[in-house]
Design a protein around this ligand. Structure first.
Ligand SMILES: Cc1cc2nc3c(=O)[nH]c(=O)nc-3n(C[C@H](O)[C@H](O)[C@H](O)COP(=O)(O)O)c2cc1C
Length: 223
């Protein structure tokens, strides 16, 4: 009975090895059921083709409302997101795409340009008001660039996981010309592209075979 409660009660799948270990470690703190962990991580895949289902504005707003809550250093929130959905905007993206990413991006219901604002620190008086954090970055352009790129990339990762949580599939891509995207979408602004993420519902017939992951012993150390 105790175990069923921990997994959300009646109808939940029996815990596997990982969650049993997690359960012991978490020592009664609440955590997600196996179904949610599968959806976010274990069975989630990177799609290569899409079902023809539109994504409404409300879903994109719900997505951002989750993404914006993910942590960033000094709450700096440097990521900016352009949701490319119209045929006209997709045409602007087209010349930037590598050949392997062309068809799946042109047919994706939405392609997100995950960008960052190189002048993100001008919003710090609002986002981190208890400190003069803006000056940390006005005095060091290198630190500003590193901070924008690190935290903007993290926010792109939050977007992938948040999309999965909302029942979408996400296909991240670095195979494109950043300078072309910047010229087409961000000319005259301080926004810079980082990577792209196709969003929609995956056409399962286009999936590649699952690739192996590194075991704990090769990727981690406990020191
Ligand atoms: C930052 C990033 C860039 C990627 N760039 C590309 C890309 O340009 N083209 C592509 O087909 N897949 C790209 N991928 C997809 C990865 O190859 C894929 O996520 C990985 O092989 C795991 O696949 P799975 O989620 O189906 O297990 C990229 C993934 C990430 C996170």
């Amino acid at each position: 009975m105790e175990q069923a409660d921990a997994y959300g009660g009646k109808g939940m799948r029996a815990p596997n090895r990982e969650t049993v270990i997690g359960q012991a470690m978490l020592n009664n703190r609440s955590f997600l059921p196996d179904e949610a962990l599968d959806k976010l991580f274990r069975s989630a895949r990177t799609p290569n083709g899409w079902l023809n289902e539109a994504i409404p504005d409300t879903t994109l707003h719900a997505l951002y409302d989750l993404v914006k809550m993910g942590p960033t250093s000094a709450n700096c929130s440097p990521a900016r997101f352009v949701f490319v959905r119209t045929a006209e905007a997709k045409e602007k993206l087209k010349p930037a795409l590598s050949s392997g990413n062309l068809a799946k991006t042109m047919s994706a219901p939405v392609t997100v340009i995950v960008a960052y604002d190189a002048k993100f620190h001008y919003k710090l008086p609002v986002l981190f008001p208890h400190s003069d954090a803006k000056s940390w970055f006005t005095s060091s352009p290198e630190l500003a660039e590193e901070t924008a790129f690190r935290n903007g990339t993290l926010q792109g990762a939050y977007l992938i996981v948040a999309a999965r949580a909302l029942g979408l599939d996400a296909g991240p891509m670095s195979g494109f010309k950043r300078n072309v995207v910047d010229d087409m979408f961000f000319a005259g602004t301080d926004w810079r592209s980082n990577f792209l993420v196709n969003l929609g519902r995956s056409d399962p017939s286009t999936l590649f075979g699952r690739l192996p992951r590194l075991p704990f012993e090769e990727a981690c150390k406990i020191v």
